[in-house]
Design a binder for this molecule. Structure first.
Ligand code: URA
Length: 192
């Protein structure tokens, strides 16, 4: 689905297009990330860079078909600073989350998913309307916008950044389990 509504534009994003969510209206499962990265900005699609590739692998292992899901971001523009020739990711701040939130909530209403998965702290903040302790709440389901359930989990780039291989493997396995749970819960029409 491509939204007809016009997304907001942060003052730092006036020179680049919004990267909108994709997937079918009526998708049972909706994934919300932080913001498009460099590769997403260049390709015009959400989650097609390194974090997206990890998400794709985890979804496949979890038995969840990405094409049947709606995939979007809390913030619809890539926020970065230049370091030489490289565009380095900058996390969105609370003001950015607030600016884009009404658009995200409209997406939630028009997709009407059975379950949303908040990938990381920014998505959790945007969906739940406040900053929450991500690692404490990880793996739990809360009532989110439109009384729809939200499963909180980590962002795939958190997994990419973990330096310890054993920890990385364990955290990735936990992520796959959470995605499998989300896939099942969304099919059942509610989150237990
Ligand atoms: N990280 C996100 O949160 N979203 C993307 O689309 C890509 C990377």
């Amino acid at each position: 689905m491509r939204e007809n509504l016009t997304p907001p534009v942060a003052p730092w994003a006036t020179d680049r297009p919004a990267i909108l969510g994709e997937g079918p209206r009526g998708a049972l499962l909706m994934f919300v990330g932080e913001q498009p990265g460099d590769e997403e900005d260049r390709k015009g699609r959400p989650f097609v860079g390194p974090a997206g590739r990890l998400l794709d692998r985890a979804l496949e292992e979890a038995g969840v078909d990405r094409k049947a899901c709606y995939v979007t971001n809390a913030v619809k523009h890539f926020k970065y600073v230049m370091r030489g020739k490289r565009r380095l990711h900058q996390s969105p701040d609370a003001g950015d989350i607030k600016l884009y939130r009404p658009f995200l909530l409209q997406e939630v209403e028009s997709v009407a998913p059975h379950l949303m998965v908040a990938l990381g702290a920014t998505a959790t903040h945007a969906l739940m309307g406040k900053k929450l302790p991500l690692l404490k709440l990880r793996g739990q389901v809360f009532e989110g916008p439109g009384d729809r359930p939200v499963l909180i989990t980590v962002h795939p780039s958190f997994l990419l950044r973990l330096p310890n291989p054993e920890l990385k493997e364990a955290e990735y396995a936990r992520f796959v389990q959470e995605l499998a749970f989300a896939g099942q819960a969304a099919k059942q029409g509610h989150a237990p």
